[in-house]
Design a protein around this ligand. Structure first.
Ligand SMILES: NC(=O)c1ccc[n+]([C@@H]2O[C@H](COP(=O)([O-])OP(=O)(O)OC[C@H]3O[C@@H](n4cnc5c(N)ncnc54)[C@H](O)[C@@H]3O)[C@@H](O)[C@H]2O)c1
Length: 269
């Protein structure tokens, strides 16, 4: 069958780490990506610290007639990561796609460089960066054995633009270096690794925290919308999900080591 007629991810096996979401009025990047991967033909393992949130994502996927399961995982726990990987391999035989979506800022005890504590900084590194190192560490042997695989890491435009919180800024920048290292070191095994840099997205993670700190929702949204060159509007989690589905697919088969902004042009102004 010609490639064009197939779903993007037909018969692929995917893990989405951080596939639940922060509660709120819109959909998060991880949940949207897990749903889109399933719609495009993948079976999806949805891992999250909040099992109920991962289960909600799975419910949405199963309701559409696709296959997924939820897995409780705190990405700071290497044994948990190891068990997730072996559970997926036992259940579905291989891992084609590893999508690393977990990322926190204030919720991870982040602060400005003047105010950061050693514990807060270590926690940011463990959640935003070490997690992606460790999931890669445990997935790569399976991908190498198969001679194929795709890793997608979620960084942020904060990696290349000014950002007030030092843990988020530095870990998201390091995620780019990590991805380049993964791409360079694994190309010979047929494994690709790419990183997405979301800009200002209208997701609960980005909006709810600001609303909770007292600003009216309309104002939070209008302020963020105004900054975006393309259409003066924030992106949605689906924009990130579509980029991820493309990068995960065979149509991106010659693309590795790239940093892809999904930002409505924010990175160029
Ligand atoms: N929304 C934006 O504007 C924006 C912009 C740039 C980058 N990003 C990046 O997008 C990613 C997340 O987006 P989202 O909308 O899905 O956020 P989200 O908060 O909805 O989803 C992240 C998920 O990660 C889970 N999580 C947090 N800590 C965890 C841990 N220790 N172990 C396991 N799971 C954990 C949360 O429970 C949540 O379900 C992050 O990497 C973030 O930095 C977002």
């Amino acid at each position: 069958m010609p490639l064009e007629n197939k779903l993007l991810l037909e018969n692929k096996i995917a893990i989405v780490v951080g596939g639940g979401q922060t509660p709120g009025e819109t959909i998060g990047n991880g949940r949207a990506t897990a749903i889109l991967f399933a719609r495009e033909g993948a079976k999806v393992a949805v891992a999250d610290r909040l099992l109920s949130s991962a289960e909600e994502t799975v419910k949405l996927i199963v309701a559409e007639g696709f296959e997924a399961f939820a897995y409780e995982l705190d990405v700071r726990d290497e044994d948990g990561i190891k068990n997730l990987v072996s559970t997926v391999v036992q259940k579905w035989g291989r891992i084609d796609i590893l999508h690393n979506n977990v990322g926190v800022s204030i919720a991870g005890q982040d602060a400005s460089v003047e105010k950061i504590t050693p514990e807060g900084f270590d926690n940011m590194v463990a959640i935003n960066l070490r997690s992606m190192v460790l999931t890669s560490k445990h997935v790569l042997p399976h991908m190498r054995e198969a001679g194929s695989g795709v890793i997608i890491n979620i960084s942020s435009l904060a990696a290349i633009k000014p950002f007030p919180l030092i843990g988020y800024k530095t870990t998201k920048a390091a995620v780019i270096a990590l991805t380049e290292q993964l791409a360079a070191g694994n190309a010979r095994y047929g494994i690709r690794a790419n990183v997405i840099l979301p800009g200002l997205m209208n997701t609960p993670m980005a909006v709810e925290g600001r609303v909770q700190s007292g600003k009216p929702r309309d104002e939070v949204i209008a302020e963020r919308d105004r900054l975006v060159p393309l259409g003066r509007k924030m992106g949605s989690a689906w924009d990130v999900a579509h980029a991820a589905a493309f990068l995960a697919s065979d149509k991106a088969g010659y693309i590795t080591g790239i940093s892809l902004p999904v930002d409505g042009g924010l990175s160029i102004v």
